[in-house]
Design a protein around this ligand. Structure first.
Ligand code: C2E
Ligand code: MG
Ligand code: MG
Length: 323
């Protein structure tokens, strides 16, 4: 009966609403928890319904989801991870590792990408793929991102050779109006020349609040900082984003580079991106280059730059040759 009711609600919300000058769409997602099966107190019922709603949204919205014990378990483990992450910085559990970026023609290292690492005392090594999303949802990414940026700029400012330093920016940071001032402050504080800093932004970071992101990005670029589009090809509307934003570089996602020499489809995509970069006067970097065959392919296609295990894994800076 509940499912049938949900279907009815979803169907009722589907039609476009005519508002005269424009048409509006209403999105509906439904989370359900049942008394007394899922919980006995109002508070817990609401919390479980909320957890189910959260799942319904991540299943693509416009759908309904019953609460299940495993949703609750997942939510709790996520909340516990967030609690640990909150303390990670203060406890000194975060560190930054650096991965070399090289030119393809003569294979010289021209810079490093800063990548954050978390070794939790209780959980061990946790991948950024697992904790960055939690940091983003909880707003912790503002503190963590600022710390990484300051750490990476301080590190690079101390290098004997003025190589480039690339730092990842999250969508949440991009939406912060304080970002340009923060970057300016870090550059002054560390003495790093603005043109040695490159910020990496994914497409999904842009589309969330396009106008605000564009505005912030233009202010950041006015400082003389470079901006790269990360994981190119995996988001949506890549092409229109490329045209609207003042990017300096495209980073081709590693999923297209893996085995590219032996995969006609991937090869065609990489070839097209490299050609597009050339036409738009953008540098193109191939991510995740692991083999000589992949490198040889990129060399033939005249791709300019590469990063990947073939040149070096992300590592602690003491162990990297940065002269
Ligand atoms: P990303 O920015 O695209 O970073 C590249 C990822 O590819 C890194 O994963 C790197 O370790 C991995 N990688 C590099 N070379 C190879 C290779 O040859 N083969 C394979 N299979 N993988 C390679 P990592 O360090 O796990 O980071 C994952 C993602 O987490 C990053 O993707 C980035 O989006 C995010 N991230 C990492 N550090 C930060 C940070 O400080 N701030 C923000 N906002 N995001 C970060
Ligand atoms: Mg990156
Ligand atoms: Mg990437």
């Amino acid at each position: 009966a509940i499912a049938a009711l949900c279907e009815k609600i979803l169907a009722a919300a589907t039609p476009e609403i005519d508002l005269g000058d424009y048409r509006a769409n209403i999105g509906v997602s439904i989370g359900i928890s049942r008394f007394p099966r899922d919980a006995e107190s109002t508070q817990l019922l609401m919390r479980n319904a909320d957890a189910a709603l959260y799942r319904a949204k991540s299943n693509g919205r416009g759908t309904y989801q019953f609460f299940e014990a495993q949703i609750g378990a997942k939510l709790r483990s996520r909340q516990m991870l967030e609690v640990d992450l909150r303390q990670a910085l203060a406890r000194g559990e975060l560190r930054v590792v650096y991965q070399p970026q090289a030119t393809i023609r003569d294979q010289t290292v021209f810079g490093f990408e800063a990548l954050v690492r978390w070794t939790s005392e209780s959980r061990g090594e946790i991948s950024p793929m697992d904790f960055i999303p939690i940091a983003e949802e909880s707003g912790l990414i503002l503190t963590i991102g600022q710390w990484v940026l300051r750490q990476a700029c301080t590190e690079a400012a101390g290098w004997a050779t003025p190589l480039q330093i690339a730092v990842n920016l999250s969508a949440v940071q991009l939406r912060s109006p304080a970002l340009p001032a923060l970057i300016a402050e870090i550059l002054t504080e560390t003495g790093l020349a603005a043109n040695r800093l490159e910020l990496e932004i994914t497409e999904t970071a842009l589309i969330q609040d396009f106008d605000r992101a564009l505005n912030t990005l233009l202010k950041v670029k006015a400082l003389g900082v470079k901006v790269a589009m990360d994981d190119f090809g995996t988001g949506y509307s890549s092409m229109s984003n490329l045209r609207a934003f003042p990017f300096d570089k495209i980073k081709i996602d590693k999923s297209f580079i893996h085995g590219v020499h032996a995969n006609d489809q991937a090869a065609a995509i990489v070839r097209a991106i490299v050609g597009m970069g050339r036409g738009m006067n953008l540098a193109v970097l191939a991510e995740g280059v692991e083999s000589e065959q992949e490198l040889a392919f990129l060399q033939r296609e005249l791709c300019c730059e590469a990063q990947g295990y073939l040149f070096g894994k992300p590592g602690d800076i003491e162990n990297l040759d940065r002269t």
